[in-house]
Structures are given as C-alpha cells and as structure tokens.
Design a binder for this molecule. Structure first.
Ligand SMILES: [Zn+2]
Length: 50
C-alpha cells in the first residue's frame, strides 16, 4: 500500500491496518501515510487530484 501523496510505502500493523489513514476524495478512498496525514486535509486532496 503506497501513500497517495508522497508515494512512499505505508507500513502495515500486525492487524493488517495501515500506519496511516484513508482520505476520501471524489468517491474514492486514498491511502495516506501518517506523516502526510498531519498536513491539512484539503492540502492532501489537492495533491491527490493532480
Ligand atoms: Zn505520505
């Protein structure tokens, strides 16, 4: 699972959850790593939509 913003591989926990968050944009869910998720959500969406 790669981060939709920075493209880095997102680590998964032993429970299979990603070490990050999902951001919904235009009806799709994008995976975002925890460091990118600290940024404003609107900033993330503009980067995803590029
Ligand atoms: Zn990232």
């Amino acid at each position: 699972m790669k981060c939709s913003v920075c493209g880095k591989e997102i680590e998964t926990t032993f429970l299979g959850k990603i070490n990050g968050n999902y951001v919904k944009s235009a009806g799709k869910a994008y995976s975002v790593c925890s460091s990118c998720f600290k940024v404003n959500k609107e900033t993330i969406k503009t980067k995803i939509n590029k």
